[in-house]
Design a protein. Structure first.
Length: 233
């Protein structure tokens, strides 16, 4: 990240979202299955701030029994740093992560733990359909967020679609198939026709997996979903 921070800023990128599931190397590697040291992530964040990035978010996926002991340490580290830390409930995205409801730590409990040490209060969303619930430290030292798609579903407010590298448009993180956006884009249709086609596709969506998931969907036929690593989270 340090090597690319200046180039990213020069390319007119305005915001960054970085994944960091803990400050302990062993725990971080266990969560992301990648041999990448925490110090390099933190150095990359510092480099981004040095070149002028002011809109930086750090996402921490919280998996009960694996990294939830890192919650307070992460909050303390980023409190007052200008970086917005967001806690994400461990989700059954894709079919390969062995998801189990018993591994989910509800966002409310995460908030309670933080509030007991660093008092926080909820604040209004930036825009309709914002995924993260916004909170701020009462002492004015920053903002944190909670993404609670397991215990507090928001399917009815979702406004997000994702496009994979092979041109498939997915209307839900939990989808098992996409729509051929690449062929549509490469057709001789006008911009208006393409926009209408996208709106028609979106208006027909009936994705609400987060609202209907069972207590444990891993391994079932219905849990055969697109991997998050394939569509970029």
């Amino acid at each position: 990240m340090r090597k690319k921070a200046t180039a990213l800023k020069a390319a007119d990128l305005h915001r960054l979202t970085i994944s960091l599931d803990g400050l302990n190397d062993e725990i971080f590697k266990k969560m992301n299955d990648v041999n990448f040291p925490v110090t390099d992530v933190l150095d990359g964040i510092a480099a981004a701030q040095e070149v002028g990035f002011t809109n930086i978010k750090v996402n921490m996926v919280v998996k009960k029994g694996t990294n939830d002991q890192e919650i307070i340490g992460m909050a303390k580290h980023f409190k007052g740093s200008g970086v917005t830390l967001r806690f994400i409930e461990f989700m059954d995205v894709g079919s390969s992560n062995g998801w189990d409801m018993s591994q989910v730590l509800p966002s409310q409990e995460v908030a309670n733990r933080i509030n007991a040490i660093f008092p926080i209060e909820s604040i209004e969303a930036n825009y309709p359909g914002e995924v993260a619930q916004r909170w701020r430290y009462v002492d004015g030292s920053g903002e944190i967020g909670f993404i609670s798609s397991v215990t507090q579903t928001f399917c009815h407010e979702c406004t997000r679609a994702r496009i994979s590298t092979d041109g498939q448009m997915y209307l839900c993180l939990f989808a098992n198939e996409g729509f051929d956006f690449k062929t549509l884009l490469r057709s001789d249709r006008s911009d208006l026709e393409i926009a209408n086609a996208i709106m028609f596709t979106w208006s027909g969506r009936n994705d609400h997996y987060s609202e209907i998931r069972g207590s444990n969907t891993a391994g079932s036929k219905s849990s055969c979903k697109i991997e998050m690593s394939y569509i970029g989270g």
